[in-house]
Each structure stands twice: as structure tokens, then as C-alpha cells.
Design a binder for this molecule. Structure first.
Ligand SMILES: [Zn+2]
Length: 271
């Protein structure tokens, strides 16, 4: 067995063939394995899904097609008259179609960038106590210009008077920009953590009107992914949430997980 000698001579050990290499070698003398593969190993994950093989690709085609049909009809007043469709309706239809197409494309792009994005949050936290949250990222490839922020927010309903409808409110309790620093390397696991203090659950977290709207929006979630997200947000509007916003270049993605906050004193308070 050889050992590095006083920084004049240093060695690194190849885990693949057991050979000991000089510090100056970037690959193993015996088997040719690169040193960085030993010190910074790649995770064994499949290849990113191909754009055309992604389930959202079909939805993108449908929406882009509908947008194109709208455009074609808009440019031919005679066709519009035959079908009895007005121009304002077509403009709205095109706008919805192109937005939905873009929505699906963005979803595919994210799935091609990241093998895994996971937010870990404790299910419950006691008022006044510190709790930790972690975001785990496994990119398929090198990701540059990434910014991640983590916020603890309170989504609640406020009723100004007993005869007035309640309004949805969002209050940011605490926000942190997570230190990503360098670009993320592909096929590595990154875990970023942050701590928060659980608040006292005093705001109202339920509203019947929001429940009904959410049920309606959820009907169309299979067509437009963002509607599903809206429905879920609405249904689960009330409560304390950990919201992580990941921004890569111009695209951003938000993930939320609820944390049940409780205080056990004279009574039990839950929010
Ligand atoms: Zn070797």
C-alpha cells in the first residue's frame, strides 16, 4: 500500500481496479477510469423522456392545431360567416389554445430537465417550534442560471362582514433564497434545506364557494394542466404551505406542500 508523502507526492486510489495512481493523473493508469467519476459519481437514472414520446406532446399537438384552425378561420371571413362564428370568439379560442399548447410544452421541458424534483416537508409542526424543509433535485443535464426560493405562506379566507363574500388572501410568513451557487451538474443529487418557525394557527382556512369552483375547474384538468393546478390550489386554498419556486432562465415552476400547524394549549388549535 502506498501513501501520499507530505504533499510532495500524493496519490488517489481507483475503486474500480484497486490501482493507486499518482496525484497528477486524471485517469487511472491501469483501467482508464476518470478520477472525477470516483470522487463525484453519476447517479444511474434513465435518459430524459423524448419530446415526442411524452404524454403531454399529444395535448400540445391538439391545442396547437386548434390555435391554427382559429387563425385560419380568422383570416377567412367567408368561412366564418358560413359557420356562424364571430371574430371575438375566435380570438379568445386562439388565445386559450396557444396558452394551453405553451403550458404543455413547458411541462415537457421540465420533465426533460429534471428526473426528480421533490419537496420534503413534515406533515405537522407545533406552534413556535422550528421545522425543516428540503428540496431534492436530480437534473438530467447541467442546469445553469437556476434560482430557488422557499417560502412559508398562509392561504386563508377573510370575510369583511357577515353578509359579504369571503376573499382569498395569501400572506408570506417567511421567505428565503436558497444558496444554489454554481450551476447544477447533470445526474447528481442536490438537496437544499431551510428552517422555518411554525406560526400560531389563527386564520380561517375553509370556504364553501371555493370548494364548488374547484370541482368545476378540476373537470378540465386533463386538458389544461394549469387548470388542474388552479383547482387543487383552490380546494386546498386554506392552510399553511411551503412554497418552493424554481427558476431556470425564463421558466419557473412552483411546488407547494401543506404543513399542518397546531397548538395544544387550553384548547387545540389547528390550521
Ligand atoms: Zn483503475
Amino acid at each position: 500500500m502506498m501513501y501520499g508523502n507530505d504533499a510532495v507526492l500524493a496519490y488517489w486510489h481507483c475503486t474500480s481496479c484497486d490501482h493507486t495512481n499518482s496525484e497528477i493523473r486524471v485517469t487511472c493508469d491501469l483501467c482508464g477510469l476518470a478520477r472525477r467519476h470516483i470522487e463525484d459519481p453519476l447517479i444511474d437514472i434513465p435518459h430524459p423522456p423524448r419530446f415526442t414520446h411524452h404524454p403531454r406532446f399529444l395535448l400540445f399537438c391538439v391545442w396547437a392545431g386548434l390555435g391554427f384552425v382559429g387563425l385560419a378561420l380568422l383570416s377567412k371571413p367567408a368561412w366564418r360567416e358560413t359557420l356562424g362564428i364571430g371574430a371575438p370568439f375566435l380570438i379568445l379560442e386562439m388565445l386559450a389554445a396557444y396558452l394551453s399548447a405553451a403550458d404543455n410544452v413547458v411541462a415537457v421541458i421540465w420533465d426533460r430537465w429534471f428526473n426528480q424534483i421533490e419537496l420534503e416537508v413534515p406533515e405537522k409542526a407545533a406552534t413556535g417550534k422550528r421545522f425543516g424543509a428540503a428540496i431534492k433535485l436530480v437534473p438530467y443535464r447541467r442546469i445553469e442560471r437556476i434560482r430557488i426560493s422557499m417560502c412559508l405562506i398562509d392561504r386563508y379566507f377573510e370575510r369583511p362582514g357577515s353578509d359579504q363574500p369571503s376573499t382569498r388572501k395569501v400572506h408570506r410568513i417567511a421567505c428565503h433564497e436558497l444558496p444554489v451557487g454554481r450551476p447544477l451538474k447533470g445526474r447528481r443529487e442536490y438537496v437544499l434545506r431551510e428552517n422555518f418557525i411554525a406560526p400560531f394557527p389563527i386564520t380561517s382556512h375553509h370556504d364553501i364557494g371555493a370548494e364548488i369552483t374547484a370541482s368545476f375547474l378540476a373537470l378540465f384538468a386533463w386538458l389544461i394542466p394549469s387548470l388542474g393546478l388552479m383547482a387543487r390550489n383552490l380546494r386546498e386554498h386554506g392552510g399553511y404551505y411551503l412554497r418552493v419556486k424554481i427558476q431556470v432562465g425564463l421558466l419557473s415552476r412552483t411546488i407547494e406542500r401543506r404543513v399542518l400547524v397546531y397548538h395544544l394549549g387550553y384548547d387545540l388549535f389547528v390550521g
